[in-house]
Design a protein around this ligand. Structure first.
Ligand SMILES: [Zn+2]
Length: 302
């Protein structure tokens, strides 16, 4: 009887390994040229671009068309919208694990491109009409809340991953204008530097807030911060934004946002702080702005 000799599997030989390595190298070398190997990040941007272009065409053409043409358009556009929307969902989900999109470098660069695009649109409108169009930051007290609510209503799956605030309480908002995420724990100078990169493109006025809450930075620190901003950033303006509490019982004002008046212990108090551009009473704000206020990262100037 012959002794049992196990058959050596072919993949333990040298040639299949060499073949596998060669195939991997070949694939890697070809990838940049085929354009078929995209990161989820690139695919998301691609899907977003497709969605926006289809959507824009739809909006531009649809309203101007006759009812018969509108029906024809709808039949053509709807499937394209559905495909673009599906691709967007897919790659949006693939990106979900990456952390807050607003805090990533990719999102920051995308933000710069969006503002550059708007600036070019202004320049084109200026050339076309002979009237001067420029970009401006606005407080947008209600738009940041309203647009978030509309997106949750119409595009819940996509919007859930990007709106800020507390979704279960309906206290949601979008980060306004060219400001960075208000909850991001950035040092004041870092925030001013990053936000300043947008300011060259916003000719009608832009600023960055330094939310200092109830802190009282000394004059030398403030002066040094202003000097540093002037010397090292592209920032057009900065505002040191403290917060206050006004008492409806004793009518006195105290520093910081508190629930009880430090002068008379009354709880009949109201906060005074900046929405984005000016001081106002917190009791007059919408739910989205309340959520933004809770999320706001306060920093110290030192
Ligand atoms: Zn009081």
């Amino acid at each position: 009887m012959r002794p049992y000799v196990p058959v050596r599997p072919f993949y333990l030989d040298w040639w299949p390994k060499l073949l596998a390595v060669a195939l991997v190298l070949c694939f890697a070398a070809c990838a940049p040229f085929t354009g078929r190997v995209l990161t989820p990040d690139q695919k998301y941007v691609e899907a977003l671009t497709l969605f926006n272009s289809v959507y824009r065409t739809y909006l531009d053409e649809y309203d101007l068309a006759s009812p018969a043409t509108q029906a024809e358009w709808k039949a053509k556009i709807d499937p394209a919208m559905a495909r673009a929307s599906k691709a967007l969902d897919l790659w949006g989900k693939a990106l979900k694990g990456e952390g807050s999109p607003v805090t990533t470098e990719r999102a920051f660069r995308l933000g710069l491109r969006v503002i550059a695009h708007l600036k070019l649109a202004c320049e084109a409108a200026t050339r076309k009409t002979g009237m001067r169009f420029v970009l401006e930051q606005t407080p947008a007290e209600s738009a940041a809340y309203r647009l978030a609510k509309l997106d949750i209503e119409h595009f819940p799956e996509r919007a859930e991953s990007v709106v800020k605030g507390n979704l279960s309480l309906g206290e949601i908002y979008y980060t306004n204008s060219t400001f960075l995420n208000v909850s991001e724990p950035l040092s004041p100078i870092e925030r001013v530097k990053k936000e300043g990169k947008f300011h060259d493109m916003i000719e009608a006025g832009a600023l960055s807030h330094v939310w200092i809450a109830d802190s009282r930075p000394d004059a030398r620190s403030v002066a040094s911060f202003v000097e540093s901003t002037f010397t090292h950033t592209r920032n057009a303006q900065i505002a040191f934004s403290p917060e206050f509490t006004t008492c409806n019982t004793c009518l006195r004002v105290s520093r910081g946002l508190v629930d009880v008046c430090p002068h008379c212990n009354s709880t009949e108090v109201d906060g005074i702080t900046r929405v984005t551009g000016y001081f106002s009473k917190v009791s007059g704000w919408n739910k989205g702005k309340h959520a933004e206020l809770n999320d706001r990262y306060r920093s110290k100037v030192s």
